[in-house]
Design a protein around this ligand. Structure first.
Ligand SMILES: Cc1cc2nc3c(=O)[nH]c(=O)nc-3n(C[C@H](O)[C@H](O)[C@H](O)COP(=O)(O)OP(=O)(O)OC[C@H]3O[C@@H](n4cnc5c(N)ncnc54)[C@H](O)[C@@H]3O)c2cc1C
Length: 386
C-alpha cells in the first residue's frame, strides 16, 4: 500500500527542510525526498551566516522572520548559535558614504555606524591602520551548516514525524503524484525545491527565470588561539557593492568605481569577503563567484590567494594554516532573487536564486505553505524587480 501525505517535498536542502518545518507546524503529514544519502548541497557548504542587514528591500523582512525561526528552533533541534552580529569594516571614504546612507534607511534600524576607533575597539583583531569606520548590526546569527542541516532533518523526523526518503531521485511530479526512482508518493500538495538541478524537473520554469549556476570557492583556516574570538561575522567594503540592501544606496556607484580601479582582480573573481568563526576557533573564509550553465569543478589557487590577501588585509589572523578547501554551487538569476511558480493548483516550484537561502528560507516557506493551505495569497510568486 502506498502511503499518502499532506505534503511531499522534493529536496532536503534548507529550502525543502524549511517547507517541511512550516507544514509540520501546521499539523500536515510531510514526506521529504532527496536523491542523496545525506546532505551534500549548498546548504551544508555555506557560511551558516543568517544575514539580515544588507539583504535587498524585498527580502529584508523575510530575513528577519527567518532569523527569528532559527532562534526559536536552535535550542529545540540542538543547533548551537556559534556567534551573533555582523560587522562591515570599511577602508575608504566612498564605503563610509554608503554606510551613512544605509543607516538612514528603515533597514538601518538597530544598526550602529562606528567611527574607526570604535570599530577597532569592537573588533580588536581588525587591522587598525586603514579602517575608516564600520557598520555594526545586531540582527545576525551564525550556525555551523554541516551539523545544523543534519540536526534540522533529525529534528523534523523525531519531533514532527516527517518521513525522509533518501537515495531516491524524483523523476516526475504531476499534480499529487511524485514519481521517484524507488517508489511513487501521493500527496495533497507538492513543493519542489531542487536547488541547482535545473534540468530534471520543470526545466522550462528555470529557463524562463534565467537561472544559471554560481560556483563559490571557500576555505577554512585552522583554529585560532582561544583569546581570538570574532564578536561578529566580518565583511568589508566589497559587501557594499554585492549585497543589494547596500548596493542600492546612491553612494554605491562611486564606491564600485573606486574598488574596480583599486582592486580589479577582486572584481574579476567576484570576490566578496566574509569571515566567520566556528566553535573550535577555526575560521571559514570566502568567497568568489563564477557563473555559468556548468561551471568547472576545479579549485583555483589564484582565487584562494586573492581571498586570503583580502582577509589578511582586514584582520590580523595569527594562524594562517589552511585546513580545508571546497566549492559550493547555488542557482542564480539576474532577473529575480527567488521565485515561486504554480504549475498546477497543488504544486509549487520554489527557488532561491541569489545566495541567501540560509537567511530567507524559513520566511519564504511560511509564505508558501500559508498560500498552499489557502490562508493567504502569495505576492512573491511573481518576479521581484531588482
Ligand atoms: C559557498 C556558499 C556559501 C553560502 N553562504 C550563505 C550564507 O552564509 N548565508 C545564506 O543565507 N546563504 C548562503 N549561501 C546560499 C545558500 O547556501 C543557498 O541559497 C541554499 O543552501 C539553497 O538551498 P536549497 O535547498 O535550494 O539547495 P541545496 O542545498 O543545494 O539542496 C537541494 C537538494 O535537492 C536535491 N534534489 C535536487 N533535485 C532532485 C530530484 N530530482 N530528486 C531528488 N532530490 C533532488 C539535491 O540532492 C539537494 O539535496 C551560500 C551558498 C554557497 C554555495
Amino acid at each position: 500500500m502506498t502511503a499518502r501525505y499532506d505534503l511531499a517535498v522534493v529536496g532536503a536542502g534548507i529550502v525543502g527542510l524549511a517547507h517541511a518545518l512550516a507544514a509540520s507546524r501546521r499539523g500536515l503529514r510531510v514526506a521529504v525526498i532527496d536523491r542523496d544519502s545525506r546532505a551534500n548541497g549548498a546548504s551544508i557548504r555555506n557560511f551558516g551566516f543568517i544575514t539580515v542587514t544588507g539583504q535587498s528591500a524585498q527580502t529584508w523582512a523575510r530575513a528577519f522572520v527567518t532569523r527569528r525561526i532559527w532562534e526559536e528552533l536552535a535550542p529545540q533541534a540542538g543547533i548551537p548559535i556559534v556567534h551573533r552580529n555582523e560587522c562591515v569594516i570599511v577602508h575608504s571614504p566612498e564605503a563610509l558614504a554608503v554606510l551613512e546612507e544605509f543607516v538612514a534607511t528603515h533597514m538601518g534600524a538597530g544598526c550602529e555606524l562606528l567611527a574607526a576607533r570604535e570599530a577597532v575597539k569592537r573588533v580588536p583583531m581588525a587591522r587598525p591602520k586603514s579602517v575608516s569606520g564600520a557598520l555594526w548590526s545586531p540582527h545576525e546569527l551564525r550556525v555551523e551548516p554541516r551539523t545544523a542541516i543534519p540536526a534540522l532533518a533529525a529534528y523534523l523526523e523525531k519531533r514532527w514525524n516527517v518521513t525522509f526518503q533518501r537515495k531516491a531521485a524524483v523523476r516526475a511530479v504531476s499534480a499529487t503524484v511524485v514519481e521517484t526512482t524507488n517508489e511513487t508518493f501521493h500527496a495533497e500538495r507538492v513543493v519542489v525545491a531542487p536547488g541547482p538541478d535545473l534540468v530534471t524537473l520543470f526545466p522550462e520554469v528555470h529557463a524562463q527565470h534565467g537561472v544559471r549556476l554560481c560556483k563559490l570557492q571557500m576555505l577554512r583556516l585552522a583554529p585560532q588561539p582561544p583569546s581570538w574570538r570574532l564578536p561578529a561575522s566580518i565583511m568589508s567594503d566589497f559587501a557594499l557593492v554585492r549585497y543589494k540592501g547596500f548596493s542600492a544606496q546612491p553612494a554605491a556607484a562611486a564606491l564600485r568605481k573606486h574598488l574596480e580601479k583599486a582592486e580589479p582582480w577582486i572584481f574579476e573573481y567576484g570576490i566578496h569577503l566574509i569571515v566567520v568563526q566556528s566553535e573550535d576557533g577555526s575560521l571559514v573564509i570566502g568567497d568568489s563567484h563564477d557563473y555559468g550553465a556548468t561551471p568547472d569543478p576545479f579549485y583555483s589557487h589564484e582565487i584562494e590567494e586573492a581571498i586570503l590577501q583580502l582577509a589578511h588585509g582586514v584582520l590580523d589572523i595569527p594562524n594562517r594554516e589552511v585546513m580545508e578547501r571546497w566549492i559550493g554551487i547555488y542557482p542564480q538569476s539576474e532577473q529575480c532573487e527567488w521565485f515561486v511558480v504554480a504549475p498546477d493548483t497543488q504544486t509549487r516550484i520554489v527557488q532561491v536564486t541569489t545566495g541567501n537561502g540560509m537567511s530567507t528560507a524559513f520566511g519564504l516557506a511560511e509564505e508558501v505553505i500559508a498560500e498552499l493551505c489557502g490562508d493567504a495569497t502569495f505576492a512573491g510568486s511573481s518576479k521581484p524587480e531588482l
